[in-house]
Design a protein around this ligand. Structure first.
Ligand code: MN
Length: 756
């Protein structure tokens, strides 16, 4: 054996003896023998292997075993397992060997540990739910999880020697999975250490900065705490209470998290001081009574904040935490939190249920038994869906993998979606039919629209309706390829359906009229309906945008007949053929609006109402429903019919872009003979009488005829759609102004696109 080997052997022995010193509970010869046997085997198995840091590998299992006993409080079997935890994974020993040498129980724990590291360390995108399930299935003994936590804690403590990218991965996993798990198991000290260590590697600069600032303000903090504590110390001593008072600073991670989530400064948080009073209770007096006695003594000195009392003595937290918390006003106007605990409660708060055994009157043989009870209780917590199982999952909202979110179905199954996914994405993730029929959703039992962006941990229930169909608009709500594809294929099918339906209707109508479809026939029909192709006609007929009621008229119409006669309009000229007669008497500049500048190439038509009641009125385009006074343009069909659009109408702009020669500018005279249908939308706060007032203003004061009225009232909001007859734009403007004056009315809008 050379010098280096000698030195190493001495080092290992030193570490091992330190471990044994900490195994205070393992007093039986049997326990001691088990630990020794495990150490001997592990030491032999890992011989010659080094960690990245260069130290002998066995130092790591020894350190894990030490955490297992001194920081978690587990017994001899667990210490043995900790010593052996990497043997099956990293050496030639098998689980069968372990069973043969150490028995079934230890073998199964080591097996669990080996499997856990297989699943975990290889696959970084493990989901919270899978993680929990895996814990339950693999860790059929909860000690597997506890030893794994100890393993991770030691790895975090020695993370320095790894490459930066490995540090990030391990630190990420730690904050995502292990720290919440430690919290869940009530292992506070471990949780806080894992969090701080994780922060140290994830955000080294932030970590250093906060650490330094804590150091800087430490002196001031201690002064404040001392100033605050002095009267309390005196009072408690006068009352013969055996206690300790500490003013522990908050953890670096908790300060960082508060700065992040509450958008506050370091000083804001640091000012929130807390002290802890840990006392030795008198026997035979309930701990609860004694806690409240101390509370009473403290509030004799400082005024308590009434809504900040937390009594976890009467009702401990689900993870076993017990303490009485209150916040009092300190001498310098600072709110200071005071935590009152017995020694037992403090032990449990720091070390979880593992501390329980210490307070039970138990003989050595039943120790493991007591531990089993604790282990069973933790396992129950993990299994029980009621007892804050959701809290457990809540912890996992801290999403390491920021490009993904994990959400839940009503039954608690998980779905992974990209960040930014909406309720509609989720619906398609479940099934394309659910996506197609979705009309809304409940997220965490609250009603939300399909466009709602989901967060990790959300539980989603999709609301469907059989009549629902996806729309082009739906495509704006989704980000997943799956949803987009499903919507597009549904829309395609829908278009195909509509085409077929429209084709059927057109063919049926033509058959009724005894006409054989031919290109000549379509040449006549298409322009009349302002469509460019047969498909467009079919599609619009199929979706009821075009009605075929006037098909007969269109087909029968003699294309040579004069448009003036047909439309019952008097046009000053036909700009397609002649020069415009500009000096028209009826042309009243005062009452007309200049045509749209874009189409000012041709001089305007003058649209004038005819006095002839029987003559058909000129056609007002349904897509924009212009009324006299609006800026309008005319679209001339090959038969020289005129359809009037608002100059701003999208449809008119489409026709203009494709058939510029069919567009003519037009001016509208505004004689008050004919009425035009206009639609307005009124919104406001619902109140008694608002409707009758609205109708009164419209029909009595303004003498406008209401054709149709639709009212919707919900959540105190009043929404109404009113179709009314007006003569021209000034009628309408006047009406809008008067309706706006009604108390409670919030907005009045003209609706351009509607069918009467
Ligand atoms: Mn390990």
């Amino acid at each position: 054996m050379n010098l280096q080997q000698e030195e190493e052997k001495r080092l290992i022995q030193e570490h091992y003896e330190d471990l044994l010193k900490n195994c205070t509970r393992c007093n039986s010869d049997e326990d001691k023998a088990l630990i020794q046997k495990a150490f001997n085997l592990a030491n032999e198995a890992h011989k010659g292997v080094r960690r990245k840091s260069g130290e002998p590998y066995i130092i790591h299992p020894i350190a894990v075993a030490k955490i297992v006993t001194s920081e978690i409080g587990l017994g001899a079997k667990s210490i043995a397992c900790a010593l052996l935890h990497d043997v099956v994974e990293d050496t030639d020993y098998t689980v069968e060997d372990m069973e043969r040498i150490f028995g079934k129980k230890i073998a199964s724990i080591i097996d669990g540990l080996t499997k856990i590291s297989g699943v975990f360390d290889a696959n970084s995108s493990l989901q919270a739910e899978n993680f929990r399930k895996m814990l339950l299935t693999l860790a059929d003994d909860i000690r597997v999880i506890l030893i794994k936590l100890a393993d991770r804690l030691h790895n975090m403590r020695t993370l320095d020697s790894l490459a930066p990218h490995k540090q990030m991965k391990i630190a990420g996993e730690t904050i995502y999975l292990y720290a919440p798990l430690a919290h869940r198991l009530g292992l506070y000290a471990i949780k806080i250490e894992l969090e701080d260590l994780s922060l140290k590697y994830r955000f080294p600069q932030v970590f250093e900065e906060i650490k330094n600032r804590i150091a800087d303000s430490e002196k001031k903090r201690i002064q404040l705490i001392n100033h605050f504590s002095l009267p309390i110390i005196k009072k408690l001593a006068d009352n013969s209470i055996d206690f300790e008072i500490t003013g522990r600073p908050k953890s670096i991670y908790s300060i960082w998290k508060k700065i992040q989530s509450k958008n506050v400064t370091f000083e804001d948080i640091y000012d929130l001081l807390a002290i802890r009073i840990i006392f030795k209770p008198y026997p035979h007096i309930p701990e609860k009574t004694q806690c409240w006695h101390i509370y009473s003594l403290i509030t004799d000195i400082y005024k308590p904040k009434p809504d900040r009392i937390r009594d976890w003595v009467s009702t401990p937290k689900a993870n076993g935490y017990e303490a009485l918390h209150c916040t009092v006003m300190g001498p310098n106007g600072h709110w200071i939190e005071v935590q009152i605990r017995t020694q037992r409660m403090d032990d449990i708060a720091e070390r979880g249920f593992a501390a329980h055994w210490k307070y039970k009157e138990i003989d050595a043989s039943s120790q493991e038994n007591e531990l089993d009870k604790w282990v069973k209780r933790i396992k129950e917590m993990l299994e029980n869906p009621q007892a804050n199982a959701l809290d457990f999952l809540d912890e996992f909202k801290l999403n390491l993998f920021s490009s993904e979110i994990i959400v839940f179905t009503p039954k608690g199954d998980t779905k992974t979606l990209p960040k930014g996914a909406t309720t509609l994405d989720f619906a398609y993730e479940i099934h394309s039919e659910i996506g197609n029929k979705a009309i809304g959703a409940k997220v965490n039992h609250k009603l939300v629209p399909l466009s709602y962006e989901l967060n990790s941990g959300d539980q989603i229930e999709i609301i469907t309706a059989t009549t629902q169909k996806p729309s082009w608009e739906s495509l704006n709500y989704v980000i997943t390829a799956k949803a987009k594809l499903a919507i597009k294929s549904a829309l395609k099918a829908e278009t195909k359906n509509r085409l077929e339906k429209g084709k059927g209707l057109v063919e049926k109508k033509l058959a009724e009229l005894g006409i054989t479809p031919s290109s000549r026939v379509f040449k006549k029909i298409l322009p009349a309906y302002e469509v460019l192709s047969k498909d467009e006609l079919y599609s619009k007929v199929g979706s009821s945008l075009i009605s075929l009621d006037d098909l007969k008229k269109i087909l029968k119409k003699n294309t040579k007949s004069k448009w003036i006669k047909y439309w019952g309009l008097q046009f000053a000229s036909n700009p397609l053929r002649k020069k415009v007669v500009e000096e028209n008497d009826d042309f009243d500049d005062e009452e007309t609006i200049q045509p749209h500048p874009k189409i000012d190439l041709k001089l305007p038509y003058l649209l004038r109402e005819t006095q002839d009641e029987n003559a058909p009125s000129y056609i007002v385009a349904k897509c924009c429903n212009p009324i006299p006074g609006d800026e309008v343009i005319g679209s001339i069909t090959p038969e020289e019919n005129v359809i009037i659009h608002k100059a701003t109408c999208v449809e008119a702009i489409r026709i203009m872009s494709q058939h510029g020669d069919r567009i003519v500018s037009a001016k509208w005279t505004t004689h008050k003979v004919l009425s035009f249908l206009a639609r307005i939308e009124v919104r406001g706060m619902d109140r008694v009488g608002i409707l009758s007032e609205l109708i009164k203003v419209i029909s009595d004061e303004l003498r406008v005829n209401i054709r149709k009225l639709h009212i919707d009232s919900h959540d105190g909001i009043f929404e109404s759609i009113i179709d009314l007859y007006v003569h021209n734009i000034s009628d309408l403007n006047n009406l809008v102004m008067n309706v706006m004056k009604i108390k409670g009315i919030d907005s009045v809008k003209r609706v351009e696109k509607f069918d009467d």
